[in-house]
Design a protein around this ligand. Structure first.
Ligand SMILES: [Zn+2]
Length: 438
C-alpha cells in the first residue's frame, strides 16, 4: 500500500529536514518512505491533498495513567489531604481499588481517545486496577489496537493490598511480557508502583522472576516526593535508585518517572545503567511535590509525560515551560520542553519498541498529526516552537502506522459518542464505589 500526501507544510523538529513548505510525504506499508519535493507522477494507491495543512510527527506520551481517565471532575476527598502520601491514600489508591473490568475498559477507551484527538499516537502507560488484575493488560492491548495506537503497558505492583494481589500483579506483568515482547506495536514493561510501597522481599521476588526473561525493562515512579527517598534511606540504601539497582532492576529499557528529589547517587546510577527518566510537569505542579531540577533533566535522556493529567502533549510542553518560567529569575534559561517532546520522547519510544517512532524521517512509522492551522504570523524553520506550543491546538487528521484514524475531525472506525457516553455512565458508578471504600 503506497499513499502520497501532497502540498503540506512539514514540521519535523530535530529531524533530518526540520521544516518545509509545500512538501510531499510518501508512505509505504505504514512506514515513511520518502519526503520533500517528490515526482508528482509517482505510482501510488492513494493521493491525499493537504493544501493549507501542517504535518507534525504523531506525538508520544512517555508516562500515562489511562486508569485515571474517569477522574476528571471527580469530587475532592472529604479528608482534605494535605500532603503527597495523603493524596495517594485518599484519591488514587481508592480509585485503583474501585476499578473493575467495565470501568477499566471505559477508562482505556476514553483516555486513548483523548490522546488520539490531540495527535498522540504512542502511549507508554502505567496501569493500576488493583481489584481487576488478571487480563487487564490484555484488555489494554485490545483497546489500543481497536483505536490504532502504539501502546506500552505495565501493571503497577505494590504491597499495599496484600500478598495475593502482589503475586497476581507479578504474574500479569510476566504473562504480558511473554505474550507481546516480539510485537511491533505493543511494548510490555514490568510495572512497579514505587520503591516505598514495595518491601525488600517483593523486590527480590520481582528480580528472581526476571532472571529467565529477556529484553525486559521496568516502569516505576521514583523520588516523586521526599518520602520515597527517605523510605529507601531508612531501609539502609543511599537512595531510591540505589535500592532498585541493588536488586538488579535497572537497565537501558527501564523508565524511572519523576526523579524530583534525586541525589547525586541517582544520577550516577542513571548514567551507569542507561535507564531513562520521564518528567511530568503538570502533575508535579498539581501534587505540589516540587520541581525536577534543570540539571537532572539535562543530565538524563529526559522524556515528557503527563502522569495521567491529560492526553494533550502540546499542552503539557507549554504548561511545563510556563510552570518552570514562574520559578526562574529574568535571564535564566528554561528547559527546552519542545526538545523533550520532539527529540527525547522519540528516542525513548524507538528504544523501547525497537523501531523508529516519532519523527518525519524515512524509515520512521507513518504516525502523523495533521493540523488545519492558518498562522497569523510568518511560520518558518526558526520559529516552529512558538507556533507548535502557542498556536496549534487540535489536529484535524491523525494517522498511525499509515492509516487515517481521524479524518476531517471524525474518527473513522469507532463511535466516539458511544465511548464517551459509556465513560460517563461508568464514572458515576465508579465515584459511588469510591465513596463506599473511603
Ligand atoms: Zn505516574
Amino acid at each position: 500500500m503506497r499513499t502520497l500526501l501532497n502540498n503540506c507544510r512539514i514540521v519535523n523538529p530535530y529531524g533530518e529536514m526540520p521544516f518545509m513548505e509545500n512538501g510531499s510525504i510518501l508512505i509505504e506499508d505504514g512506514i515513511i518512505k520518502e519526503l520533500g519535493i517528490l515526482d508528482p507522477t509517482i505510482q501510488v494507491d492513494e493521493t491525499v491533498d493537504l493544501s493549507g495543512e501542517t504535518v507534525l510527527p504523531g506525538m508520544i506520551n512517555a508516562h500515562a495513567h489511562l486508569y485515571s481517565a474517569l477522574a476528571v471532575g471527580m469530587p475532592f476527598p472529604k479528608g482534605n489531604p494535605t500532603n503527597f502520601t495523603e493524596v495517594l491514600e485518599q484519591v488514587w489508591w481508592i480509585l485503583d481499588l474501585a476499578l473493575d473490568k467495565d470501568s477499566t475498559r471505559a477508562s482505556y477507551e476514553s483516555g486513548l481517545i483523548d490522546h488520539l484527538r490531540h495527535g498522540v499516537t504512542t502511549v507508554i502507560d502505567h496501569h493500576s486496577s488493583q481489584s481487576f488484575v488478571n487480563g487487564s493488560l490484555q484488555l489494554l492491548v485490545e483497546t489500543a489496537e481497536k483505536l490504532g495506537l502504539n501502546i506500552s503497558g505495565a501493571f503497577e505492583m505494590t504491597d499495599r493490598n496484600g500478598d495475593k494481589i502482589f503475586q497476581d500483579s507479578l504474574e500479569e506483568n510476566l504473562t504480558f511480557h511473554r505474550s507481546f515482547i516480539q510485537s511491533d506495536t505493543v511494548r510490555p514493561l514490568i510495572g512497579l508502583h514505587a520503591s516505598f510501597t514495595l518491601s525488600d522481599e517483593s523486590l527480590q521476588a520481582i528480580s528472581d522472576a526476571l532472571k529467565n526473561e529477556s529484553h525486559w525493562g521496568i516502569h516505576i515512579h521514583t523520588a516523586e516526593d521526599k518520602a520515597d527517598q527517605l523510605d529507601a534511606v531508612n531501609r539502609g540504601y543511599k537512595s531510591t535508585l540505589d535500592r532498585l539497582n541493588h536488586f538488579g532492576l535497572l537497565n537501558k529499557n527501564s523508565l524511572v518517572i519523576h526523579g524530583i528529589h534525586f541525589v547525586e547517587e541517582d544520577l550516577k546510577i542513571i548514567k551507569d545503567t542507561g535507564a531513562m527518566l520521564v518528567h511530568n510537569p503538570s502533575s508535579n505542579s498539581n501534587n505540589r511535590v516540587g520541581m525536577t531540577p534543570n540539571e537532572t533533566i539535562q543530565q538524563c535522556i529526559s522524556g515528557l509525560g503527563t502522569d495521567g493529567m491529560q492526553g494533550n502533549m502540546l499542552a503539557e510542553a507549554k504548561e511545563g515551560t510556563l510552570i518552570r518560567s514562574g520559578h526562574l529569575a529574568g535571564g535564566e534559561t528554561n528547559v527546552n520542553y519542545a526538545e523533550l517532546l520532539f527529540n527525547n520522547n522519540p528516542e525513548i519510544a524507538s528504544n523501547l519498541f525497537g523501531r523508529k517512532i516519532g519523527k518525519l524521517d524515512p524509515g520512521y512509522a507513518a504516525d502523523l498529526a495533521i493540523f488545519d492551522y492558518t498562522p497569523r504570523t510568518d511560520f518558518n524553520e526558526n520559529n516552529w516552537i512558538g507556533h507548535t506550543l502557542f498556536g496549534m491546538e487540535t489536529p484535524s487528521d491523525v494517522m498511525t502506522n499509515g492509516i487515517f484514524r481521524i479524518r476531517n475531525n471524525e474518527f473513522i472506525e469507532i463511535d466516539e459518542k458511544d465511548i464517551l457516553s459509556n465513560a460517563e455512565k461508568q464514572s458515576q458508578q465508579l465515584w459511588q464505589k469510591m465513596e463506599k471504600i473511603l
